[in-house]
Design a binder for this molecule. Structure first.
Ligand code: HEM
Ligand code: HEM
Length: 181
């Protein structure tokens, strides 16, 4: 059952909150993995930012299903003035790609660690123990490469999403961005 009708001015509050909380988690996942590169191998700081990466990524994974669920319960408020067909389609495709990313990227991160026989730890606390009895380091490295490539591709997709939001607000001057605040 939809809780909000599509003529409402903004997304429903839980949808808006979820959008920005997940955004913060994705930002934290990217920020921590970029910081990670700056610290020397074997240093405590490097281990800590990697742990922060795992935690932020796991938060995305935990939130993605509740987010799908919320999304299915609330209608999208109408964009005024209405979009051309191409813009509507591009937006829907980008959102679908973003949803897939939010689901697949953290799962791939967890699978990479599991296949490598490594637990997910956070400051000495085991969040997820290693279940795989016979680790396969080569496969784990291949999965890590795919995880890194998807991460790079989505810099661009997220960038496109942000540019689109700004285009709506500053160039087209419609209500798209305001609906998310
Ligand atoms: C939305 C969530 C996530 C994003 C955006 C993300 C993004 C990235 C990116 C961009 C890299 C590549 C860094 C490079 O260029 O080498 C990376 C590396 C990695 N990520 Fe994630 N990740 C996410 C979630 C996770 C999760 C949940 C885990 C596991 C619990 C994980 C485990 C790893 C590991 C093990 C590496 C390799 C680190 C190394 O070089 O040793 N990631 N991640
Ligand atoms: C990690 C970064 C982000 C991700 C993964 C993300 C993901 C999404 C997804 C999946 C939707 C579809 C909403 C739905 O149908 O429930 C959406 C909508 C939206 N996002 Fe983001 N978002 C991100 C960052 C941002 C930022 C930084 C902005 C603003 C500058 C923004 C502005 C919007 C707006 C205005 C909408 C509504 C678009 C519409 O209804 O056509 N997003 N976002």
């Amino acid at each position: 059952m939809a809780l909000v009708d599509s003529s409402s001015e903004r997304y429903a509050a839980p949808v808006r909150w979820m959008h920005w909380i997940v955004f913060a988690c994705v930002l934290a996942a990217y920020a921590s993995i970029n910081l990670f590169e700056l610290f020397p191998r074997g240093s405590a700081a490097r281990a800590n930012v990697l742990a922060a990466h795992y935690l932020a990524g796991l938060a995305v994974l935990l939130l993605v299903l509740p987010r799908f669920w919320l999304r299915s319960r609330h209608l999208t408020p109408t964009i005024v003035p209405p979009l051309d067909r191409w813009a509507d389609l591009l937006g829907k495709t980008t959102h679908l790609a973003l949803y897939m990313f939010l689901l697949v990227q953290p799962i791939l991160g967890v699978v990479t660690l599991q296949v490598g026989g490594k637990p997910v730890t956070f400051f000495g606390i085991t969040l997820l123990r290693a279940f795989v009895a016979a680790p396969n380091r080569e496969l784990s490295h291949r999965l890590e490469d795919i995880h890194a490539t998807i991460g790079t591709i989505f810099y661009w997709v997220i960038g496109l999403h942000i540019l689109a939001a700004l285009w709506h607000h500053c160039v087209r001057r419609d209500n798209t961005l305001r609906r998310m605040f």
